[in-house]
Design a protein around this ligand. Structure first.
Ligand SMILES: [Zn+2]
Length: 361
């Protein structure tokens, strides 16, 4: 730093000295700027040496040392190189996109060697970005099978081989999970078998109850940590929920059918009862009518009988006739000279007619 300050001082002295030179400029026609450059040459040489040294440090990835030399330097793209060192040396950057932004902000490097290194750095960042993309694309629950183990192993190796400076920016959680699933599948252990069987579950029907139940109880018998490794448990849970829905729908259909059957039976029973009631009523009505007819017939018969009895009683009534005459009489009528009892019917049959005096009817 001290050296640098001295250099700066020299430049200042030269520039001040240039003032008197400038006064003579009109005489010998030498441009002031050229004079200043000539007079600053020894100091510029030092600056250039420091710059070259700094570039060497950068190429050796000794950024802190390079930054010390580049700080306050006015040479060429010193400021750009200093900025570049700041970015590539910054271990605080933990996001790939932040790293890209920072690198892009210092792309104006003139020095060819450093520019080449910048390209290499950018390439490494792009490789890292590609790896992150591949990791992000992993669908742990669906993709991890023994079929794509080779691909996953390759990706895992690529991540392991990544420069630590960039590797720290990778978010590898999905890859780690995928590798752990793969390990279970490859070992064919309890968890691996469960994951494979869940993945192989066919379309859920009411027939799936046993298989889903078995897998569920296998899952439930695992420890909390083991459960976390069953990455496709969600699929098993969904299958179980679908099964429960199917069972519920079946029960509802059965209940509905039973209810309808009960309603139909009740309706039929009601109809039967109504028909029976109607038949009973018709029967009762017929019986009542028959009774009424019988009673009417009986009444008619009674009336006929009464009339016959009245006729008989009328005919059977004893009247009296005499030896002469053609009248019949009540007992004791003074027209009776002699008296013979006879029934009225007989008297009428023999041609007798009732006496007008005693009026025997
Ligand atoms: Zn008489």
């Amino acid at each position: 730093m001290l050296k640098k300050k001295l250099t700066m001082g020299l430049i200042a002295v030269c520039l001040l000295g240039g003032t008197s030179v400038a006064l003579r400029q009109e005489e010998d026609e030498v441009p002031l700027s050229l004079l200043a450059t000539r007079m600053a040459e020894p100091a510029a040489e030092t600056i250039q040496n420091d710059y070259q040294k700094a570039v060497s440090y950068i190429l050796d990835e000794k950024y802190t040392e390079a930054m010390e030399l580049l700080e306050d330097s006015q040479y060429q793209d010193s400021a750009a190189l200093y900025e570049y060192c700041t970015v590539v040396n910054d271990t605080e950057i933990v996001k790939i996109e932040d790293c890209r932004k920072a690198l892009e902000s210092c792309s104006n490097i003139e020095n060819a060697a450093v520019a080449a290194q910048y390209d290499t750095v950018m390439n490494r960042l792009e490789t890292t970005e590609e790896l992150q993309k591949l990791i992000d694309q992993i669908n742990v629950e669906e993709i991890v099978t023994l079929d794509n183990s080779e691909e996953l192993h390759k990706l895992y190796t690529a991540v392991a081989d990544t420069d630590p400076r960039y590797a720290r920016m990778l978010s590898t959680k999905k890859l780690d999970t995928a590798m752990s699933v793969l390990a279970n599948l490859e070992e064919g252990n309890e968890i691996g078998v469960l994951i494979t069987e869940i993945a192989a579950l066919p379309e859920v029907t009411l027939e799936s109850e046993e298989s889903i139940g078995t897998l569920m109880s296998q899952y439930n018998s695992l420890s909390a940590d083991q459960k976390k490794e069953v990455v496709n448990y969600k699929d098993l849970k969904n299958a179980d929920q679908k099964l429960q829905t199917l069972k519920k729908e079946k029960k509802e259909a059965e209940d509905k059918a039973a209810k309808e059957a009960a309603e139909l039976a009740a309706k039929e029973a009601a109809e039967k009862a109504a028909a029976e009631q109607a038949a009973r009523e018709a029967e009762e009505k017929a019986a009542a009518e028959a009774l009424a007819a019988q009673q009417a017939a009986e009444a008619e018969a009674a009336r006929t009988r009464a009339a016959q009895e009245a006729v008989e009683a009328y005919n059977n009534t004893t009247v009296y006739i005499s030896n002469s005459g053609h009248k019949y009489h009540e007992a004791g009528c003074y027209h009776l000279k002699s008296s013979h009892p006879i029934s009225r019917g007989e008297a009428i049959a023999q041609g007798y007619t009732p006496c007008a005096h005693c009026n025997p009817g």
